[in-house]
Write a protein that binds this ligand. Structure first.
Ligand code: NDP
Length: 315
């Protein structure tokens, strides 16, 4: 192993959790190095306006909020680097991080993992086209639902997230179609009941989207019923919300860290501690319940404080 550098604190990930960890760690004099990863800025770069982050009464564009967080972390001395972590070697005694698949490793006393989670997408060409165009395809109802108030939207999925999203959207939209690919939902009964009681939610079982219609913005959705093989067009739709699950970006840590069956890193309750001493996790890579920018930022703060205490206890 070719160790090219040693540091006190290395942060992986550049979403709200990573940058907040950077702010706290640098203010604590830990001189953190933060690797941005492949998707600098994280999931918020895919969001339009963020209106629910406290402190921005007029809302803020996701990308510009991430720029603000980055600037704030740099102001206190976080060294932000472009680069992708491709492997790790983690133990209570030693932590090594490999950059960009080369034989170049950094040894760090503490590691803060803020690699986030990625929304799963259906893979339809029309979904990608309208998502890239910012035309009403989203994986975050809480972030983007407000833009569709009093309009008609489609939610895809049959799990708790889809139910939660459909329920949230039903409170602000005129009509919500929920497309469930099987004849029953995977979601918990309590979540299912929540939407079954909403008059403006229509659940279409055995149904999948075939194409999101529209060239610049979502206008409709062509769906197919697997039981009858019939297709129909849901018209006058403005928003298409995909809620088919998230994948935590935790693969490279698997040999070393305790995770649940879905790959979320398990942290000790009320802390950011993982099962390896000196390794901390924050943000969506360890949170499948809240997944909000504000909760990610808060857990980034926790991770930096836990890292600082860990270093102090070693000294
Ligand atoms: P899940 O993996 O639980 O559910 C994903 C859903 O999407 C399933 O219904 C699945 O269908 C469907 N799906 C997957 N791929 C496709 C596809 N290509 N086309 C159409 N449908 C598809 O993910 P969630 O995000 O819903 O939940 C993740 C975890 O978070 C769960 O443990 C959940 O309980 C938890 N959670 C808890 C909440 C709460 O308690 N308040 C809120 C939100 C999440 P199928 O069933 O056919 O496989």
């Amino acid at each position: 192993m070719n160790i090219i550098e040693k540091t006190h604190c290395l942060i992986i990930g550049s979403g709200p959790a990573g940058y907040t960890a950077g702010i706290y760690a640098s203010r604590a004099g830990m001189k953190p190095i933060l690797y941005q990863g492949l998707e600098a800025g994280g999931q918020l770069m895919l969001t339009g306006e963020v209106e629910n982050f406290p402190g921005y009464p007029a809302g803020v564009h996701g990308a510009s909020m991430m720029q603000d967080l980055k600037t704030q972390a740099e102001r206190f001395g976080t060294e932000i680097r472009i680069g992708h972590i491709t492997a790790t070697q983690l133990s209570d005694d030693k932590k090594y991080i490999q950059i960009d698949n080369e034989d170049k490793w950094i040894e760090t006393d503490t590691l803060i993992i803020a690699t986030g989670a990625s929304a799963k997408w259906l893979g339809l060409p029309s979904e990608k086209l309208l998502r890239d165009a910012g035309g009403g395809v989203s994986s975050c109802a809480v972030c983007d639902g407000f833009f569709h108030r009093k309009k008609r939207v489609v939610v895809v999925g049959g799990g708790d997230t889809a139910c939660e999203d459909a329920s949230y959207l039903a409170n602000i939209c005129e009509k919500v179609y929920l497309l469930v690919r099987k004849e029953e939902m995977r979601a918990s009964k309590i979540m299912q009941n929540r939407i079954k009681n909403k008059a403006n939610v229509e659940i279409l079982f055995n149904t999948s989207p075939e194409e999101v219609l529209g060239t610049e913005v979502v206008e409709g959705v062509r769906v197919i019923n697997h039981a009858t093989n019939e297709t129909q067009i849901l018209e006058n739709i403005s928003g298409f919300f995909v809620a088919i699950g998230h994948t935590p970006n935790s693969g490279i840590f698997k040999p070393f860290l305790t995770m649940d069956e879905q790959g979320y890193i398990i942290t000790e309750k009320g802390t950011a501690n993982t099962n390896v001493k000196g390794v901390f996790a924050c943000g969506d890579v360890q949170d499948k319940n809240y997944r909000q920018a504000i909760t990610a930022a808060a857990s980034g703060c926790m991770a930096a404080l836990d890292a600082e205490r860990y270093l102090a206890s070693k000294e």
